[in-house]
Write a protein that binds this ligand. Sequence first.
Ligand code: ATP
Ligand code: MG
Length: 213
Amino acid sequence: MNGITIALSKGRIFEETLPLLAAAGIVPSENPESSRKLIIGTNRPDVRVVIVRASDVPTYVQYGAADLGIAGKDVLLEHGGAGLYQPLDLKIAKCRMCVAAPAGFDYAAAVRRGARLRVATKYINTAREHFAAKGVHVDLIKLYGSMELAPLAGLAEAIVDLVSSGGTLKANNLVEVEDIMPISSRLVVNQAALKLKRDLLQPVIDAFAGAVK
Ligand code: ATP
Ligand code: MG
């Protein structure tokens, strides 16, 4: 494609990206929340947005099916970042990754005892690195969502998940027992596209950079 294709996920990333797009003079013609279209045009005939799962954004950009994308650091760490240039932290979709466990479970004591813990998470790579660095023995169980249920249902003793207000943890009687890292979303750019279409892409990257709060 000659123009620019931008990969976004619907929900918070799409919503929080709208002001950045506006700063680059790009206004999507539809909202993916109400439209079922997966390819959305914009006010610019040479710019389109493709709507993909949050965890698929790096893949679309890596293979050049999209030139640009916006993805959470959580997603990028799991993907590994191959083929991606990551020029900007956009400081949107902010939250943190943490270890959480049931309020009645003494996580610190279990770690001190050297117990082997079952930990459920969508973020296997990040969790593996975190626990290895701390010397905590874990069996990681891969889940695709609703991590909070795992300790309640007896699948795991703890979870690694994203938290913003803490409301979901609280509603499920879980507490944060270890902070892993702050998370926000980054702009990702296909490395080959940046070379071949720099005249088109660089102004968008610069406009995003200028609009970051
Ligand atoms: P899917 O719905 O495809 O399973 P998802 O649940 O990860 O994906 P979103 O909930 O839209 O999709 O999350 C997109 C990104 O927003 C995440 O990768 C993360 O970086 C960030 N994020 C997730 N939860 C929160 C939150 N509670 N507050 C702020 N940002 C968040
Ligand atoms: Mg979600």
